[in-house]
Write a protein that binds this ligand. Sequence first.
Ligand SMILES: Cc1cc2nc3c(=O)[nH]c(=O)nc-3n(C[C@H](O)[C@H](O)[C@H](O)COP(=O)(O)OP(=O)(O)OC[C@H]3O[C@@H](n4cnc5c(N)ncnc54)[C@H](O)[C@@H]3O)c2cc1C
Length: 337
Amino acid sequence: MLALQENISLQPYNTFGVGAKARWMAMPGSTEEVMDLLSHNRSERDPKFILGGGSNVLFTQDFTGLIIHPRIKGIEKVRESDEFICIRAGCGENWDDLVDYCVRNNLNGLENLSGIPGNTGASPVQNIGAYGVEVKDCIESVEAIMMSDCERIRLSPKECKFSYRDSIFKHELKNACIITYVTYRLSKNAVFTTHYPDLQKELKKYPEVNVKNIREAVITIRKNKLPDPEYLGNAGSFFKNPVISKQKAESIRQSFPSMPAYKCDDERIKLSAAWLIEQCQWKGRKIGRVEAYNKQPLVIVNHGGATGNDVIEYAHMIQQSVSKHFGITLEMEVTVL
Ligand SMILES: Cc1cc2nc3c(=O)[nH]c(=O)nc-3n(C[C@H](O)[C@H](O)[C@H](O)COP(=O)(O)OP(=O)(O)OC[C@H]3O[C@@H](n4cnc5c(N)ncnc54)[C@H](O)[C@@H]3O)c2cc1C
């Protein structure tokens, strides 16, 4: 039977670096260990929570149940055609190590997602995205184990119901299954997504556009713009970019003609949450040990010593300001516990 650890500090397991304790913690390293753990703890030690790299969570209190921190490793080639290679990765693989592996093998598709913290198992959960690419575009299938009865399931991208920073794993299957493996379909052809202005600008410094240079360019941009959780606790973007109706966007634009807005489809417009937060004077405003980062206000940072509740109170103040000024509700991207 897989050993459980008791009264574990979660501080090293979350990139915000906030303090909290878990009553129990387990680290299964294989599908068999996940099944063994679940069958021995079916209704005991509830609630249960699956924790990957902890780069998209905020603990506001001690966790009274069982934290499952899967560490299934392995990257293998499972299928190949003239145009594609399918790579299956264990949920415990570090995300950026997987991207690096693909880039080193000239496999295209994930390079724009270089430098995102966390583990492979979480990549489908919020359909990670950056610089014009979402991981859904490369996902072939997701394997998981249902927590209720240990049933093994395999979901197609359609069944995952991917959308902007969203999937079935945030709704019907929220905390209901443990993702064990993800299979990605990567292209052997050099077709790249480079339309993002920041990326275009950075790529001008390179002699040619190829998968290695895109990875390097993305990492450089991210290093200049985003705080490194090693030194400044954070969980990346705290809020999602709001998607609103075209009519509402037009009415706001009458008062704020310079407001950035991006067309999603004929009916809906995506706004920049960072711009809305900056307009409400939150950029670089420090309260106690918490701040909306001065280079990117969508990222809330912990200057050291802040509690999860300090962060959440700060986030609520931002939400209230944006709602008052623009009539828009900012939705949190981070999972708050
Ligand atoms: C500096 C910084 C920059 C970031 N930049 C980006 C970015 O550009 N784009 C982006 O999309 N995100 C970004 N993020 C957010 C974060 O890195 C991603 O969401 C990442 O995929 C989270 O992975 P994780 O392993 O840390 O998941 P965790 O934070 O541990 O968990 C996140 C959610 O996934 C669930 N989960 C985790 N593993 C599993 C599993 N095996 N099975 C089922 N559920 C699971 C958890 O229960 C939780 O609900 C950034 C974060 C930081 C700190």
